[in-house]
Design a protein around this ligand. Sequence first.
Ligand SMILES: *Cc1c(COP(=O)(O)O)cnc(C)c1O
Length: 396
Amino acid sequence: MKNKTQLPDKFGYFGLFGGRYAPETLMELLMGLEKEFYKIKKDKTFRKEFEFYLKEYAGRPTNLYLAKRLSAHLKTLKIYLKREDLLHTGAHKINNTLGQIIVARRMGKTRIIAETGAGQHGVATATVAALFGLKCVVYMGSEDVRRQSLNVFRMKLLGAEVISVESGSKTLKDAMNEAVRDWVTNVQDTFYIIGSVAGFHPYPVMVRTFQSVIGQEARRQFLAQEKRLPDYLVACVGGGSNAMGLFHPFYNDRQVKMIGVEAAGHGIHTHAHSATLTKGQVGILHGSKSMLLQDKDGQVQIAHSVAAGLDYPGVGPEHSYYQSSGRAEYVSVDDKGAIEGLRLLSRTEGIIPALESAHAIYYLEKLAHRVKGKAFIIVCLSGRGDKDMNQISQWI
Ligand SMILES: *Cc1c(COP(=O)(O)O)cnc(C)c1O
């Protein structure tokens, strides 16, 4: 079959990756959600409602901005920035939480739960729950609650209840377990919003569907401006949703190369990084099979990145598939590089990127030396840097 955009298959697999590794109690729930999602996705009134909120509430379409001074600085690249940083709440996450909460409403659910690590997905979820007046509970490891107090404050201000999880390592993976437990207990009225292209089937395909608006717009905008397709797409990869959102609509454009940039943290030869595709092995996390950072006993490793949103030991299964099939390439940039990327974009374009997106920006310096002649690039600017100012001022 030529058109691989048809994946996942009916069991939720992208090649060897994906699936639904869930306890019996959850199976029925996930299959029900899958059925509903595929039905709703085709529904015209759903699409209209989703498009309405993307436009009127979130601020779409976002600009595809030609970064002239950055391009001049790098000489061999003509760089366009897909400005997800201009969205309401300052990052791409709102595309997905809007999509999922509209699905939840269609299914008659009145209570929303989510888990969050750094708090960015929690804030995006609390935002849309407030928008629709639904009850919202966010699970967060107590260690993260302590580290990310500003985001905890934001979520509470938005009316969400934040439950601090004391078990295990007191971080994201423990918060995930608690969220799943809650879901199983409160099936009747509760919808679980997952924040990236990860998790049990149908979440990876559902989140991809909602984030694909990034690539659909970018493709159209690029064609209108350049009358051709780009040579490269570049995006940072945590769980992989902004990257998949940009990549997927270009899947069948074989001449368009895709580069995902992971966080190398203190370096990929240390234990303090989040470079899952670069350094991980196949494993199961959050109900799907994908690449995973784990020790030799199969225990999930604690990831590290200066960018809180990239600090995740897993990655969405579709990226593992793209890597194994060679459709996309995955590289890594360390903490220091990310800070340099942030300074570079700030000074050349007057745009302070999120530390996550700054990984992708820094990689352009490397890419500039790799290309022959001149190359056309789209970079996903996944978020703005305001949230990171405290942390960066400590570094600098
Ligand atoms: C959460 C976040 C990311 C990482 O998540 P993906 O699912 O990999 O996109 C990247 N950039 C920003 C600004 C984020 O908030």
